[in-house]
Every structure is written in C-alpha cells, then in structure tokens.
Design a protein around this ligand. Structure first.
Ligand code: ADP
Ligand code: MG
Length: 441
C-alpha cells in the first residue's frame, strides 16, 4: 500500500530508535486518504504531536516524490475502542497464562526505600525470605502508584530461584479465571492452580467488593492455603476494615497477619526514585532537573516515570541533552494532557460496557430506569474527572439546561451516601477510566 511504502521510505531516513518509537506506531488510513491527502492514525496524542511537528513535511515530500502529486498529510489520533478489550477476550476464552507472570524488573533491589514505604518494604522482604512463616497474610495497602504491585512482584522474583510455585494475579484475573472454569465445568483445574501454590500474590483485592460468588471461592482458597502454611500476600487501596461490600469473615482473615501501609513518598524518596529510574533506563538528568521534577510532580510514581521516559524520548528525537527548559515543557504538557485526556466519550463507553447497555442509549432521551441511572453515573464521573461544566454536560446530553445535570449530581451523591455497593461501583468505574487511559499512553 502507498502509505506503508512511504513509511518505509521514511524509515531509511531516520534513526531506528525514532522509527520504533514513533513511526512504527502509525497506521495508514486508506478509507480517509485521497489522492492529495494522506491520513495516518497515531495511537495517542503524544505520538500524533511529534509526528505532526517533526515528520509531516517530510512525509508530504515523500508522497509527492512517489506520486508526483502535491499531498497534504494529516495525523489523527485513533483511540483504541475501550469496549473492544472485552469483546476481544470474552469470558469464555481461556484467561491467558501470562496473568501469572512476574515482572522481572520489579525486584527488591530496584525498590527505593524511604520512610514512606520502609515498613511495607521490610515486611514484604521478610515474607519473601520466609514464606508462610512470619506474617500470613501480609496485607499491603496505599494509594495509586506508590509501589504495591512492585512489592508483590518483588516477593515473587525473590522466590523464583527457590523453585516455589508462585501465582500473581489481580483479583479481576482471579475472578475471570473462576468464571471461566465454572462455565467450562473445570473448576477442579482452577482449584488445583490456586489452592496448590506456595505463594499466592493477589493484587487490588478491593475489587472483590460486592462479588459474592468470588468472595466465597476466595474464602475457601484462603483457608486452604493458610491451613497448609502457604503464603498469601494481598494489596488494596484501603485497609481491610474500610473495604465496603466485603464479607466480615474475609475482613477478619485479612487482619490475621500483618497490615502494612505505604504512604506517598517525601521529597527525598522521590528524588531517589527518579535517580533509580534514570539509572535503570540509561537516562542522564542533571541534579537540577531531578530536583525540579521531584518538587513539581505529584506522588504517583507511575506518572513520574512517564515524564522521565517522555523526556528521554524528546531528547533523543531532537538529538540534544535534556535541558531544564525541556523538562519544564514536558512537565507542563503532561499536566495539560492529564486534564484534557479523559473525554466524555471515553466515560460513556466505559460506563456503557460495564452496565451492558449501548453508548447510544446513554445519550438518548430514554427514561428506562437502567439507562437513566447510567446517564447519571456518566454525569457524575464527568464532573469529577473532566473539566466540563454543568452547561457543557447539559449540551452534550441534549438537555434543556443545567438543572437536569445538577439534579443528576444530587441523585448520585445521595446514592453514594446510602448505598455502599453503589459507591463501590462508582469507585470501580473511576479506577477503570483512569486505568484505561494510563494503558493507552
Ligand atoms: P501501585 O500498585 O501501588 O499502584 P506500582 O507498584 O504499580 O504502584 O508502582 C508504579 C510504578 O512506580 C512502578 O513502575 C514501580 O516500579 C514504581 N515505584 C513505586 N514505588 C517505587 C519505589 N519505592 N522505588 C522504585 N520504584 C517504585
Ligand atoms: Mg498496583
């Protein structure tokens, strides 16, 4: 195809690293392209912007060279369809075995210890050294991006050379796996896997809330492993007591061993973490820049990492050292992107797919209870996660004025107050929306 040919011509003119990072991610849009217009799709705004500024002129020249026709180049952002992930991996499909894989870079050595995470780190390390013998279960809780998943994998990595059977899974994977085997009538297989391991590492256990069937299964899994002296490690965003919609018998079991929290890192730890990530990624930053980043970024380490990688990408593109100015620009851009990136459409798609209704129904005027409910949730989430004003939301939904939006907000707030399960659903949706976005980036 013409578009692909042009991309491979461009490949010869730029470095491999630039090609891999940016150009490889483009796809030629045959449907939208015309004789004098070439349209490429980029997977995210970051790549789209770079290609636009750095390569569109070059691409247009190459087209003209090839076809003899003056061609304009357009780079569009093509978001992955959120609902698609679900269709692509229907529950009937065997959940992939990669779900139990341990990330080899998440080790204790690569974990920077400071006063905010010292306690959790030490506890995890002791558990890794003596699985099933010191604290069982170990329950680690804390905010997003503070290193809970990293510590879980570190326990796994520590024990791989010791020939232990280790299972790492998010509670969602556990749940999908369970549902799958239940449907296939192969539940024995499932139990063989989860009840016969030496170390069970379960991430984000808060999403067990309100899922009675899975809670029951997890209860028995827990009991069997615990009786056998096998190690269980759990993470959550909350301590067990504060996870609503969780059976008391599970809450009390989760408190049997040790509960360790992770707090947001203080400035010094943030600096040390940035240095560590630079070292691991082969990136050189001046102390001035490191201090600037640490002081101006939130405590979410995943985001800090994102900025470091972006900085590196920019600097290798323009082939120059990372300057303070560049750091400032990248940080500002990241902050802007963060604000604008969640779109109403994304929220509608996620809520629709979670509640099993069509996105178009949410935007319709239907008074069906379920749809009204979904619409209210979208409004509430949009008000909390996007900069849209009430009148803007009213316009989006084709409502007369913002009073309907304000009414919806009131209803949702009331429900959150009095219905713990509803609150859970909202929390879960917020997590999904943020998560989907960070994966896309
Ligand atoms: P959580 O599970 O708490 O949301 P993660 O464990 O996924 O957070 O951490 C997010 C990112 O930050 C990961 O890349 C992880 O390696 C990194 N990270 C978090 N804490 C530390 C730390 N203390 N030292 C080094 N890297 C860290
Ligand atoms: Mg995590």
């Amino acid at each position: 195809m013409l578009g692909d040919k042009i991309l491979s011509m461009l490949k010869d003119e730029i470095s491999q690293i630039e090609y891999d990072r940016y150009i490889k991610n483009l796809s030629y849009d045959t449907e939208s392209s015309k004789v004098d217009l070439a349209v490429f799709n980029a997977p995210n705004p970051f790549i789209a912007n770079w290609v636009k500024t750095k390569y569109s002129k070059k691409l247009s020249q190459l087209f003209e060279l090839e076809t003899g026709i003056e061609t304009a180049v357009e780079i569009r952002i093509k978001k992955q369809k959120i609902a698609k992930t679900k269709e692509a991996a229907p529950k009937e499909q065997q959940p992939s075995s990669t779900s139990t894989k341990i990330n080899p870079t998440y080790t204790f050595e690569n974990f920077v210890v400071g006063s905010s995470n010292q306690f959790a780190y030490t506890a995890a390390h002791r558990v890794a050294e003596k699985p099933g013998q010191v604290y069982n279960p170990l329950f680690i809780y804390g905010g997003v991006g503070l290193g809970k998943t990293h510590l879980l994998h570190a326990i796994g990595n520590f024990n791989i050379p010791k020939n232990k059977t280790i299972i790492y899974a998010t509670i969602e994977q556990f749940m999908n796996d369970f549902t799958y085997h239940l449907r296939q009538k192969t539940i024995e297989k499932f139990r063989e896997k989860y009840r016969k391991c030496d170390i069970l590492l379960i991430d984000d256990i808060q999403f067990l809330s309100g899922k009675e069937g899975t809670q029951e299964e997890f209860f028995h899994t827990f009991n069997e492993l615990h009786t056998e002296g096998k190690q269980i490690v759990l993470t959550s965003d909350q301590p067990p007591k504060r996870i609503a919609g969780l059976e008391e018998r599970l809450k009390s079991r989760f408190e049997w061993g040790l509960i360790a929290d992770i707090q947001p890192p203080e400035l010094e730890t943030k600096i040390a973490i940035i240095k560590k990530k630079c070292e691991l990624n082969g990136i050189t930053l001046s102390d001035e820049i490191i201090n600037y980043l640490a002081a101006n970024m939130d405590s979410n380490i995943r985001e800090i990492e994102g900025v470091i990688l972006k900085l590196n990408a920019y600097s290798s593109l323009v082939n120059q050292q990372i300057t303070m100015e560049l750091a400032r620009n990248v940080l500002n851009e990241q902050k802007r992107e963060q604000q604008k990136e969640i779109s109403l459409k994304e929220i509608v798609d996620i809520v629709a797919s979670e509640l099993n209704i069509k996105p178009s129904e949410i935007k319709s005027k239907s008074r069906n209870r379920q749809i009204v409910n979904a619409r209210r949730m979208v409004i509430y989430l949009a008000r909390n996660l996007t900069p849209n004003s009430m009148p803007q939301l009213a316009q989006f939904f084709g409502m007369k004025d913002h009073t309907s939006v304000s009414h919806a907000m009131k209803k949702v707030k009331e429900l959150i107050e009095k219905d713990a399960n509803f609150k859970l659903k909202i929390d879960e949706l917020i997590h999904k929306i943020k998560h989907t976005r960070s994966e896309e980036l």
